[in-house]
Design a protein around this ligand. Structure first.
Ligand SMILES: NC(=O)c1ccc[n+]([C@@H]2O[C@H](COP(=O)([O-])OP(=O)(O)OC[C@H]3O[C@@H](n4cnc5c(N)ncnc54)[C@H](OP(=O)(O)O)[C@@H]3O)[C@@H](O)[C@H]2O)c1
Length: 270
């Protein structure tokens, strides 16, 4: 990692802290080489406690850092871009994580020639198990893509994709974690309904999800095959699967992905 790299976060909420934590865990970036800005101390204190620099002034972050993560909510981003644009130089690498905000919009607000990457993370970055995709703006090349990958790889999986996939990734991973939590809650409550204490049921469910995810990654098998492998003819699992099919689980989940992707696209047009 380059010695003179100073990483800034404009917006210091959940996502910014998740990414910042990953940077520090890797040891590639020292806490004193990270700076975050936000209007209040509501979230900044966490950065301060971890030894990172903090400020209420966005332009101070721009002037002090060469890699800038834009991590404010999408509706606030245009106002932030307008404020920081006069201070952005060709040496900056701008990485936006705002859902739905396109490269075209980002480049429109920033000086011509600015190196821009658009990244879509998800919240498990906080525990270094994020699922991230990114795409390049017109002035970002291989060195910028490689720099982002090496910076955020401690936060989880990071794949470069065409921009058209980024909103889909919001639908399956950014928002997708919430669907998985909903499923986890239901599975846990199923355990409670059948007489198991909450804590034990929750712990077993979390490990079931972890184990199932690891099987998909490590075997490389289609999830459908893995499901069939668990279904003994006339056994317990196929009876449970039948109930999920009656409840239209797969179609409902696909509709949820479509709704979240479309919402991300709508937000991008605002
Ligand atoms: N959370 C997710 O799962 C997730 C997943 C993918 C992408 N994202 C994207 O990540 C971005 C941040 O989301 P989040 O969940 O981290 O939101 P969040 O927790 O609400 O954090 C937003 C941060 O922005 C700060 N802020 C508000 N106005 C500002 C301004 N004018 N200048 C500088 N900072 C300002 C807030 O300040 P205070 O601390 O003072 O309130 C807060 O620190 C969003 O664009 C979202 O689309 C989030």
């Amino acid at each position: 990692m380059e010695e003179d790299l100073i990483v800034g976060f404009i917006g210091a909420g959940k996502m910014a802290f998740g990414i910042a934590k990953g940077l520090l865990v890797s040891g590639n970036v020292k806490p004193e080489k990270v700076m975050a800005s936000a209007p209040s101390n509501n979230n900044l204190y966490k950065f301060k406690e971890a030894g990172m620099k903090t400020t209420h002034c966005n332009t101070s972050v721009v002037k002090s850092c060469n890699v800038l993560f834009l991590s404010v909510k999408p509706p606030i981003l245009p106002e932030v871009l307008r404020d920081i644009a006069p201070f952005v130089t060709p040496t900056h690498l701008i990485v936006s994580v705002a859902a739905g905000v396109t490269i075209e919009t980002l480049e429109k607000f920033l000086p011509v020639g600015t190196k821009v990457l658009r990244m879509m993370p998800n919240l498990p970055c906080v525990v270094q198990q994020g699922s991230m995709v990114f795409c390049r703006g017109s002035n970002a090349g291989d060195p910028e893509a490689a720099l982002l990958k090496s910076l955020v790889s401690p936060c989880g999986l990071c794949e470069e994709t065409p921009e058209s996939y980024v909103d889909i990734h919001t639908g399956i991973s950014g928002s997708g974690v919430a669907y998985v939590y909903l499923f986890a809650e239901a599975l846990t409550e199923g355990g409670i309904k059948m007489g198991m204490p909450y804590d034990l049921s929750k712990k077993l469910v979390a490990h079931t999800l972890l184990g199932a995810a690891k099987m998909i990654l490590e075997t490389g098998d289609h999830p459908g095959k893995l499901k069939t492998d668990v279904c003994t003819p006339g056994g317990t699992t196929i009876n449970g699967v039948y109930e999920l099919e009656k409840g239209n689980l797969r179609c409902t989940v696909m509709n949820a992905v479509e709704a979240a992707t479309n919402r991300a696209r709508e937000l991008g047009k605002k």
